[in-house]
Design a protein around this ligand. Structure first.
Ligand code: 9D3
Length: 252
């Protein structure tokens, strides 16, 4: 997959290209990735990329001409790529959306700054708008980091042999089970005995139970996307009985 980022702060992507999964994917040729400076496409002597909003008001708007020239250059360099604008108005990135992007031959990520991008640019040259959630960022760059990380790890080969994206949290609609490593006692807290037993069927069962409990406690909304399995329903009923017994034994 070819990844091109259009930004007025290309150096913000250097640490992304040079660490972790993204770095390894670049080294292995699984992705190619580069940040292009929008300012380089501004025709005037001072490479201005923003201007005052028509109708007045505070803040600045990204001028359409430099962005249009940058997008056209990126499309030439990445044929078949989808052009995505990172913007608070976009549809929110989910694991399913990341998986769709990971199947494309390329993505061009356009990072907005200031109050936003001239709307005519969006209708003309943007295929899709993407947000990473309902909170305010100062620009599209941190959102582009998130998209690149989530997408890269879904490309076959990027994670290496030891792990598979398919077994990750969210792809099966549950949070992951709790994890433990040495020492066996940390600040007075032990480790669930089953994990030290070497009994792999019991360990797998404990992990599914731990995943269910964590999902119920922290992300009950995930049950909307995937209703309980028969095994989960059994566990939930056994907890229901334990809770009823606890509540039934309360002093009046
Ligand atoms: C102070 C200006 N805002 C009014 C509340 C509007 C606004 C303009 C530009 C808010 C944020 C931004 C910059 N944000 C992004 O470019 C952005 C973003 C985000 O803020 N949240 C989640 N996902 C994304 S993707 C791009």
């Amino acid at each position: 997959m070819q990844i091109l980022v259009l930004t007025i702060f290309p150096a913000m992507f250097d640490p992304l290209w040079s660490h972790g999964i993204v770095r390894r994917a670049i080294e292995q040729g699984i992705i190619s990735a580069a940040a292009m400076d929008i300012r380089g496409f501004a025709p005037d002597r001072h490479h201005v990329t923003d201007d005052r909003p028509y109708g007045g008001g505070s803040g600045m708007v990204m001028k359409p001409e430099p962005l249009a020239a940058a997008i056209r250059a990126a499309r030439q360099a990445a044929p078949g790529a989808r052009t995505l604008l990172l913007s608070p108005q976009g549809r929110i990135l989910t694991q399913a959306a990341a998986a769709e992007l990971a199947a494309l031959p390329g993505i061009i990520l356009v990072c907005g700054r200031y109050e936003g991008v001239d709307d005519r640019l969006c209708t003309e040259l943007i295929d899709d708008e993407l947000s990473i959630g309902d909170y305010v960022l100062s620009g599209g760059e941190p959102a582009a980091w998130v998209v690149i990380d989530a997408v890269t790890r879904l490309i076959p080969g990027a994670l290496g042999s030891e792990a598979s994206a398919a077994s990750d949290s969210f792809s099966d609609g549950r949070l992951e089970h709790a994890h433990f490593t040495r020492p066996p006692v940390f600040e007075g807290q032990g480790v669930p005995a089953v994990l030290l037993s070497g009994h792999h069927r019991n360990i797998d069962r404990w992990r599914r139970e731990s995943a269910l409990l964590r999902t119920l406690a922290h992300r009950p909304d995930l049950f909307q996307g995937r209703p309980p399995t028969e095994e989960e329903a059994q566990l939930l009923r056994s907890w229901q009985e334990k809770l009823a017994a606890l509540l039934g034994s309360r002093p009046q």
